[in-house]
Design a protein around this ligand. Structure first.
Ligand SMILES: Nc1ncnc2c1ncn2[C@@H]1O[C@H](COP(=O)(O)OP(=O)(O)OP(=O)(O)O)[C@@H](O)[C@H]1O
Ligand SMILES: [Mg+2]
Ligand SMILES: [Zn+2]
Length: 536
């Protein structure tokens, strides 16, 4: 029968254990000095060796050669513990036996001497799941334990173990295992199993576990099932929803070249290959995090899960960006990841998110801009590359086209325009299309000849998909209507919420003031919304 790798390669001695040196040393010393505690709590991340160490401890205590730090591995105690059927090592899964009855039974059981061996070892897995009455029952036992009883409580959530229990136990926290050690361990296992796996694949698998040895070994199992005896990095990445440095590097290339087109092509490519966009975003966040760490800590740091070669590449990419840039990219990508989880338009979300990264790179630090303002103008910094200026209020309403059919004069009433926007906006929000709703809110909308015309600012073009709009328009209108979307500068007066600069005398003077002018030059996208006369 096939045995999963994680089980088959469960360490049987301390020597085989990777990581957890602090746990190992302390336990070895305790055994050597014959100072065994009655209660232990092993806490920490899943798959890092808690149950494994509990069993090794049981072997050390009960081996016929023992107590010893190097159990023989061949006596019946050692063999039975490995197989999980030793009479004096009792494993309880608290996830399924969490009640008072089980604990009472356990209390009874504790009172009897070991059947054959030196100690009775109770390994309680998922100990945080025990009910509070059951903990109480356990507490009684821990208060006056018979000399032969040893309890090991294993849990991923140490804070859920009552302090009354915890204070009677020795606590060990298991740490997530170092990337390099997991990689090395998998290399050995692959060699024994006759699996061909290069450094790149091993690195992918080690990363996938995020410090949990079991998760990495499970991924290895999966990889073998998928690729056979020769593991291919690209296939394994695909299977695990991970991405190569090459594909993630596309993003940083597009960023350093400020190439929006390249960014959009990247998303298209992901979609075409059926890649999960959420996974991509998660990996991208990890990528920026790694770039940032390499930037701050230098290459060859243990702080990131990457091979030496990958670290060198990360360092090279990171050298092209400032620490502030990378921090900003990381923050934006994390936000994007959060948004993507609930998005009904993941592709659009990702596209806009990636384009925002480009724009974020162009920002001038606010301190710099303000310093320039204070300096009297001559030392003003170069203004950021002007994006499209805010829509100017135009005196002529473009919507009032002379070619409009006289049969539908009512349809052109400005009141209708406003309500179209409101109704579409609401309907779009309701369908979870927040970007399109945003775009509609910023568009000028007019109806003529059974056609709804949108004038949309360029920066919203991505969100205005004609098919989507048509669908929502028909739904809102309840009748067939055509849709026409043009990119351009909408008539500001036709858009709710964008307030035209006040036109009275005071406002004019204020706007003409040189300081205000300079401010507007420095922040070309800013709008003056209100001018207040303080003398009034
Ligand atoms: N420190 C380690 N050294 C070597 N192998 C390990 C280590 N930790 C875990 N493993 C591997 O992972 C498997 C599962 O480990 P174990 O059952 O000890 O994890 P755990 O910490 O008890 O996890 P959980 O919290 O999910 O119960 C082991 O069989 C072994 O193959
Ligand atoms: Mg366990
Ligand atoms: Zn033995």
């Amino acid at each position: 029968m096939y045995q999963v790798i994680a089980r088959k390669y469960r360490p049987q001695t301390f020597a085989e254990l990777i990581g957890q040196e602090h746990v190992r040393t302390t336990l070895e010393n305790a055994i050597a000095q014959n100072r065994i505690a009655h209660g232990y709590i092993f806490s920490g991340q899943r798959g890092t060796g808690k149950t494994t160490v509990a069993r090794i401890l049981a072997r050390c205590l009960n081996c016929v050669q023992g107590p010893t730090t190097t159990p023989c591995g061949v006596c019946s105690s050692c063999l039975e513990i490995a197989a999980g059927n030793a009479p004096d090592v009792i494993e309880i899964d608290a996830a399924s036996n969490r009640g008072i009855n089980e604990m009472r039974e356990l209390r009874e059981n504790v009172r009897y001497r070991p059947v054959r061996d030196r100690y009775k070892v109770f390994i309680i897995d998922e100990a945080h799941q025990i009910t509070s009455e059951a903990f109480n029952a356990l507490l009684k036992t821990l208060e006056e334990p018979p000399e032969w009883a040893v309890f090991v409580l294993c849990t991923t959530e140490a804070h859920k173990v009552p302090t009354t229990i915890a204070s009677r136990c020795q606590q060990f926290s298991f740490r997530s295992v170092d990337f390099a050690e997991v990689m090395e361990r998998m290399k050995e296992i692959c060699a024994k199993e006759g699996i061909e796996a290069g450094a790149e694949v091993l690195s992918v698998l080690a990363q996938a576990g995020e410090g949990s040895v079991r998760d990495s070994l499970s991924a290895l199992d999966q990889a073998i099932a998928c690729c056979g005896t020769k593991l291919d990095a690209a296939e394994v990445r695909n299977m695990l929803g991970m991405f190569s440095l090459d594909s993630l590097g596309e993003v940083t290339c597009a960023l350093s070249e400020e190439d929006s087109r390249r960014m959009l092509d990247l998303v298209m490519e992901l979609e075409r290959n059926g890649r999960n966009l959420q996974h991509f975003c998660r990996e991208l966040a990890r990528y920026f995090r790694n770039l940032l760490v390499v930037k701050v800590a230098g290459p060859n740091t243990r702080l990131i899960a990457a091979s030496e070669m990958e670290q060198a590449r990360l360092a090279e990419v990171a050298s092209g960006f400032s620490e502030e840039d990378l921090t900003r990219y990381l923050a934006l990508t994390l936000d994007l990841f959060k948004d993507l989880q609930f998005s009904l338009q993941p592709r659009l979300h990702l596209e806009i998110g990636l384009l925002r990264l480009i724009q974020a790179g162009k920002l001038v630090a606010i301190e710099e801009a303000l310093a320039g303002l204070g300096g009297g103008g001559t030392s003003a910094p170069k203004p950021p590359p002007a994006k499209k200026a805010a829509p100017e209020p135009s005196p002529v309403r473009k919507a009032a086209e002379p070619s409009v059919a006289p049969a539908q004069p009512a349809a052109e009433a400005p009141a209708m325009t406003g309500s179209w926007r409101e109704r579409l906006h609401a309907a779009l929000l309701e369908s979870g299309m927040q970007f399109t709703a945003d775009a509609v809110e910023h568009s000028e909308i007019t109806e003529a000849n059974n056609e709804l015309r949108f004038v949309t600012p360029e920066e919203f073009s991505l969100a205005m998909n004609e098919k989507d709009i048509l669908k929502i328009v028909q739904k809102v209108a309840g009748r067939p209507l055509r849709v026409k979307i043009t990119l351009g500068v909408p008539n500001a007066a036709a858009i709710n919420g964008s307030i035209a600069p006040p036109q009275d005398d005071v406002a004019e003077r204020a706007l003409a003031h040189p300081e205000v002018r300079r401010f507007q030059e420095t922040f070309p996208d800013a709008q003056v919304r209100v001018v207040r006369n303080l003398k009034e």
